[in-house]
Design a protein around this ligand. Structure first.
Ligand code: FES
Length: 107
């Protein structure tokens, strides 16, 4: 389990307790959080689950795969060094308290 806080572009913030193994995209869509679409269902093929990870926690995440890096070239909002695809980040105890900020557009 891990408490993940999502900050929408509006500034609205929601904290969700995610089961181990759930992706951050699943956590957002299952809890009605605006700002993550997840159109491909998590198969790293749509780039509509773009998020910005708290830079101080980047080292707690598994590195992005080659496929994720390619898809990050296709995000609608500006790509930053802390850009990740939320479907590729799986909840674990190591991510307790992680904060992700969501872009204002996903497509
Ligand atoms: S849900 Fe499609 S790339 Fe993440």
């Amino acid at each position: 389990m891990a408490n993940i806080t999502y900050i929408e572009a509006s500034g609205h913030s929601t904290t969700v307790n995610l089961h181990e193994g759930w992706s951050l995209m699943q956590g957002a869509t299952a809890n009605g959080i605006d700002g993550i679409l997840g159109e491909c269902g998590g198969s790293c093929a749509c780039a509509t689950c773009h998020c910005y990870v708290d830079e101080s926690r980047l080292s707690d995440l598994s590195p992005a795969s080659e496929n994720e890096l390619v898809m990050l070239d296709n995000v609608a909002a500006e790509r930053h060094p802390n850009s990740r695809l939320a479907c590729q980040i799986k909840a674990s105890a190591a991510l307790e308290g992680l904060v992700v900020t969501l872009p204002d557009v996903q497509e």
